[in-house]
Design a protein around this ligand. Structure first.
Ligand SMILES: Cc1cc2nc3c(=O)[nH]c(=O)nc-3n(C[C@H](O)[C@H](O)[C@H](O)COP(=O)(O)O)c2cc1C
Length: 167
């Protein structure tokens, strides 16, 4: 099975700590993502402080799993002159690359949606001391999966069209 088909959201984690080397591999994957005009409008905060992770878990109902992991990566979106309209796509590509490298390393992950929801953005900015024209884009909770949740394949031929949509 291809790596892409093995990726899934993990929300139940063991206590096992992820090595610094593996965190670096995920950050390398993130920065290898395609971006419009190769602007790479990103930076990344690695959060492994228990108190900060607990505070971040309050950002939204879907962020509770941050309470249960030892580390998370928070991709930040930077202003870019050449192609500002594509920054969200650039950051999505970087976020997905982290999930895929995590899968490759046998690490479980889940993407927590942040940007552009103002309340979530400002909560995280306060917790992580992010100021100015740089904003949190997403959060990725990382850890080793407890159990092995089954993956359902989602390919749906009826969603595929050739050349034009039918009249
Ligand atoms: C933009 C975006 C935001 C998401 N936000 C959350 C979230 O806040 N909490 C969560 O548990 N999962 C979140 N997810 C994960 C989705 O729920 C998950 O990808 C989807 O249910 C499909 O399941 P799978 O990832 O296991 O294939 C998010 C995914 C994306 C792409």
């Amino acid at each position: 099975m291809s790596l892409l088909l093995k990726r899934k959201s993990t929300r139940k984690f063991t206590d096992q700590v992820i090595s610094k080397e593996d965190i670096t591999k995920m950050l390398k994957a993130a920065m290898q993502a395609p971006s419009a005009h190769n602007q790479q409008p990103w930076e990344f905060i690695v959060v492994d402080d228990r108190e900060l992770l607990d505070k971040l878990s309050n950002v939204s109902p879907g962020a509770w799993m941050l309470k249960t992991v030892n580390v998370a990566i928070v991709p930040l979106i930077l202003p870019t002159e050449l192609s500002p309209h594509f920054s969200m796509q650039d950051l999505s590509a970087a976020t997905l690359n982290i999930l895929l490298e995590a899968t490759n390393l046998g690490i479980g992950s889940v993407w927590i949606g942040v940007y552009p929801l103002k309340e979530r953005v400002s909560h995280i900015e306060k917790v992580l001391n992010i100021k100015g024209d740089i904003h949190p884009f997403s959060m990725i909770a990382l850890g080793y999966e407890e159990g092995n949740r089954e993956i359902k394949l989602r390919y749906n031929e009826s969603r595929v069209h050739f050349n034009k949509l039918e009249e």
